[in-house]
Design a protein around this ligand. Structure first.
Ligand code: ZN
Length: 511
């Protein structure tokens, strides 16, 4: 009986978190500016309510009974995982003082506003005191959560459970060692022709074409929809309602097109969670106070990148899709063939802005952020010295001079919202995406033929069976072990990068 009661309690928490997500989706797609203040209060009230439910005596009582009731079940069964995750959530959440939670929540909107103003005015000192406060609160949060080696471990726990500063640094340094020579070798080569990407592409036609691809991948529009927002995102209110957004640039086709493919990957994950897990602990991130089916931020990102890059930027894919794309944009793509298009959308060119970076240099943007975050947390770097440290790393890794903080240290919103420790999940997602995709290629018979015939069902089915359906039942490490037999490892990703970019740029000796 207690287990059933626990599930009822958790379902209520999940409902509150889904309601929060609906309000968030609305604020980013529909809400008029005037709604911002009261919406902020509504979000704060629901967040507080969710936290009270998690720390309340009703949940605790149900949990104790449920632990007893399911104690004979296999440790990785759904009931055993449910009680284990609720137990961990209650324990970690109760270590974080309510005052700290409300201090962080209160600082977020003002720090974010200061960041926005500083970015617009290229005025880092305007943002500096807020960033100092946010860093201080993040340090306090790390201390409250607890860690054995590095404060970064505690912050990573919120986004990528199981990952530590030590294991992350090892992965990133392997990636750096392998990527830098590739980027430098490519810099010596003739860049591909890209002019046609900047022609005039009407938004309606972009939307129709991109949504057509999303449907082919398996995005179910009876449980989804596509809207426009300034920053593209995916958000779900149970597997039955999984929404994506994108942003179109009339003068640059890849932004909208690959944005949709990326968010579709996230959406396929959420739509593929087993119905049995709806409104359960295994579709609830208790620490992040977010109703989500994906196992971690990195695991989620592995799916957006798998569909966007490993499928959507592949040569096989554009051989199949290009005729339809050119039929949609006959004037814009007149005189362009599939191979020219494929080369253009895979152009490698070091740039200042992370979100505009190509697949290869993207990880260098993450690497420099992670190194700076760790230095800030350890106190090796002071916030006032951050712009110089940033610029030095951009010079070292990307070979570029940073002309202004707007195009440098102020470009991302993450630090103003206190998301220290979230950047690495993008690169973890890249590494994981290749590991999963390589496993699918080895294990799904006829996968290559299916992809060449515009048939994505076998790939989607393998991903659903092995990853999506489980929701948060297994940790990222368990999912990797089950599907690939290995822990997170850079091997498949580095092979993929070397092979693809070796071919694209004729780097025989490196490929
Ligand atoms: Zn993403």
């Amino acid at each position: 009986m207690s287990y059933a009661e626990l599930q009822r309690q958790v379902a209520k928490i999940n409902d509150v978190l889904n309601a929060l997500s609906v309000l968030t989706w609305d604020s980013r797609t529909q809400m008029p500016l005037g709604g911002a203040d009261t919406r902020g209060q509504q979000l704060a009230t629901l967040t507080d309510l969710a936290r009270r439910l998690i720390l309340g005596s009703e949940l605790r009582q149900a949990l104790e009974g449920a632990e007893h009731e399911v104690s004979s079940q296999a440790p990785d069964s759904i009931p055993a995982r449910t009680v284990a995750q609720v137990r961990e959530a209650v324990e970690v959440s109760s270590r974080i003082p309510a005052e700290l939670v409300s201090d962080i929540a209160a600082l977020k909107p003002t720090a974010q506003a200061a960041w926005g103003e500083a970015r617009a005015a290229n005025d880092f000192p305007r943002f500096q005191p807020y960033l100092e406060q946010m860093l201080d609160l993040s340090r306090q949060l790390a201390e409250a959560i607890g860690y054995s080696e590095h404060p970064y471990d505690a912050l990573l726990l919120q986004y990528e459970p199981g990952m530590t500063a030590r294991s992350l640094s090892a992965l990133l340094s392997e990636l750096k060692t392998a990527t830098l020579p590739l980027v430098r070798a490519i810099a010596q080569k003739e860049p591909p022709r890209c002019d046609f990407l900047n022609r005039d592409y009407p938004e309606d036609a972009q939307r129709e074409f991109a949504l057509g691809l999303a449907k082919k991948f398996g995005y179910d529009l009876s449980r989804g929809r596509l809207d426009i927002s300034l920053h593209p995102f995916e958000i779900s209110f149970t597997r039955q309602d999984v929404r994506i957004t994108t942003r179109y640039r009339r003068d640059y086709l890849p932004t909208g097109l690959f944005g949709v493919l990326h968010e579709t990957g996230h959406a396929l994950y959420e739509q593929g969670v087993s119905p049995e897990l709806t409104r359960s602990a295994l579709t609830t991130d208790f620490l992040g106070l977010y109703a989500v089916g994906g196992a971690s931020f990195g695991t989620h990102e592995s799916q957006s990148r798998l569909w966007e890059n490993l499928v959507g930027r592949s040569w096989v894919f554009w051989q199949v899709q290009f005729p339809a794309l050119r039929a949609t944009f006959p004037e814009q793509l007149g005189g362009v063939d599939a191979e020219t298009f494929y080369r253009a959308v895979n152009r490698v060119s070091p740039s200042l802005i992370r979100v505009e970076a190509d697949e290869l240099t993207y990880n260098l943007h993450i690497l420099l952020r992670v190194e700076l975050e760790m230095a800030l947390l350890e106190g090796r770097l002071a916030v006032r010295d951050l712009p110089n440290a940033w610029n030095a790393k951009v010079k070292e890794y990307l070979g570029l001079e940073v002309p202004s903080d707007t195009l440098g240290v102020l470009q991302d919103i993450h630090w103003s919202t206190g998301y220290f420790g979230s950047f690495p999940t993008y690169t973890i997602g890249n590494i994981m995406s290749a590991q999963f995709f390589t496993a699918a290629r080895e294990r799904v018979r006829g996968l290559e033929d299916a992809l060449a015939q515009d048939d994505y069902a076998p790939l989607l089915k393998w991903l659903q069976d092995n990853i999506y359906q489980h929701g948060r039942r297994f940790s990222p490490q368990e999912l990797l072990k089950h599907t690939t037999g290995k822990p997170l490892t850079t091997g498949p990703y580095l092979s993929y990068l070397r092979e693809k970019y070796g071919m694209l740029y004729g780097l025989g000796e490196l490929a």
